[in-house]
Design a protein around this ligand. Structure first.
Ligand SMILES: Nc1nc2c(ncn2[C@@H]2O[C@H](COP(=O)(O)OP(=O)(O)OP(=O)(O)O)[C@@H](O)[C@H]2O)c(=O)[nH]1
Ligand SMILES: [Mg+2]
Length: 396
């Protein structure tokens, strides 16, 4: 599962990324600090099945804190996007290629209105971030249109003359962006374009790619720098965002994670509070900074960063968590690790689909699966439920 962090320059993408992953990426108060994409692992929380089985888990690539299981998601922090990036402005659109494999996008905007559309610092509240929401969606649709349009006329004419459907041609061109056949089909139905693709002009093509983008790269908006925005502004922006949005304070999240690492505070990511470990150990500037963070955290019930990622996984992408195990009585893998892996999969994934996600061989040789909670044998088309523990029986 990969989530891309996008937005215009200087809004706090890298801060969000570092806050969520504790990786170290460059952060600075000017545009185009990030040039090369940063990749890291963040986590969304789930209820660990070890609680239900009266056992103790031993996760392979994530933690479990008293039954709160950390499930890894990959985050990608890319360079800022300016208007007409699709034509090569700013750093151009090369880095959009980094987002090819992203399943969803977090669009970070500066809710405080203190950066203009190019990412330059301006007085607080002097730029309306509503503008940024639309521009970015359009920019991505234009980028996709550019990919779709190459040699389009010839392909459309040929399909039309041979009476062949256009969907496979569209899919073929966008498959490198992780666009599926089903997404193309859904977008085609919704876009209601003229029957003959030779008659599609630039606006029709844009309508199509914009719809495909909504299916293939759904977006949640992080109303960042929320510490500098008043409640009325945040409300107005949430409304303008339309779909999902979350006020975030990426800088506060990063500061709290670092302070927790240095054992200055007790803080659980996603929590709506933090506690000072020993106030006498704090320097005056540290105490002041943490007090300011506390104001924001109290007002917004947390920093919003973890909430944003979890909304992306569980609401935007409608994912569920499943736990494949090799031994259905001990809940272990071949190394004896209990509940070693948590997989995020789309709702509607089947037992066989999960087998393929674990390993192609396991999918190819799938015989049946066991629902460990019910001890029932299930077939290849069994629809996985959230928090299922599954043993896959294969021919090898
Ligand atoms: N007040 C406030 N400032 C923030 C917040 N998040 C980030 N910033 C500041 O915003 C500035 C830009 O942060 P970056 O993370 O470098 O922004 P970016 O979007 O990655 O910028 P580019 O890589 O240039 O596109 C820095 O000065 C951060 O400290 C926040 O939640 N609140
Ligand atoms: Mg950056």
């Amino acid at each position: 599962m990969q989530i891309g962090i996008v937005g215009k320059p200087n809004v706090g993408k890298s801060t969000f990324f570092c806050g969520a992953t504790l990786a170290s990426a460059d952060i600075a108060s000017y545009p185009f600090t990030t040039i090369k994409a940063n990749k890291g692992v963040a986590f969304v929380r789930g209820r660990c099945p070890h609680l239900d089985f009266n056992t103790k888990c031993d996760p392979r690539n994530a933690g479990c804190d008293n039954g709160t299981r950390m499930i890894p998601v990959e985050l990608l922090d890319v360079a800022g996007l300016v208007p007409d990036a699709w034509k090569g402005r700013g750093l151009g659109n090369q880095f959009l290629d980094d987002l090819r494999q992203a399943h969803a996008l977090v669009h970070v905007i500066d809710a405080s209105g203190s950066t203009d559309i190019e990412g330059n610092a301006v007085p607080l509240g002097s730029h309306d971030p509503v503008e940024d929401i639309k521009f970015l969606e359009r920019e991505i649709a234009l980028w996709m249109r550019g990919i779709l349009e190459k040699g389009w006329e010839k392909a459309a004419r040929q399909a039309h003359m041979e009476g062949k459907p256009i969907e496979p041609i569209i899919h073929d061109r966008l498959t490198g962006l992780g666009v599926t056949e089903a997404q193309v089909a859904a977008a085609m139905r919704e876009s209601k374009l003229p029957d003959n693709p030779m008659n599609w002009g630039p606006e029709e093509m844009l309508r199509l790619t914009d719809t495909i983008r909504r299916y293939a790269k759904p977006m949640i908006i992080a109303l960042n720098k929320a510490d500098l925005a008043d409640d009325a502004t945040l409300q107005r922006l949430a409304q303008a965002a339309g779909g999902l949005s979350v006020p975030t304070m990426a800088e506060a999240e990063l500061a709290l994670k670092r302070a927790a690492k240095a054992k200055l505070v007790d803080y659980i990511p996603g929590g709506d509070r933090f506690d000072l470990v020993d106030p006498s150990k704090l320097s005056a500037p540290q105490a002041k900074a943490l007090e300011k963070i506390r104001e924001g955290v109290d007002r917004l019930h947390g920093t919003g960063v973890q909430k944003c990622l979890e909304k992306a996984a569980y609401e935007l992408l409608d994912l569920i968590v499943v736990y494949p195990v090799e031994d259905e009585t001990r809940l272990t893998d071949h190394d004896g690790r209990v509940l070693p892996d948590a997989f995020l999969v789309p709702k509607g994934t089947t037992a066989k689909g999960l087998a393929y996600k674990v390993h192609t061989d396991l999918g190819d040789n799938f015989i049946r699966a066991i629902n460990v909670r019910t001890h029932r044998t299930v077939g290849n088309d069994y629809l996985l439920q959230n928090n299922d523990v599954i043993t896959i029986i294969s021919r090898k």
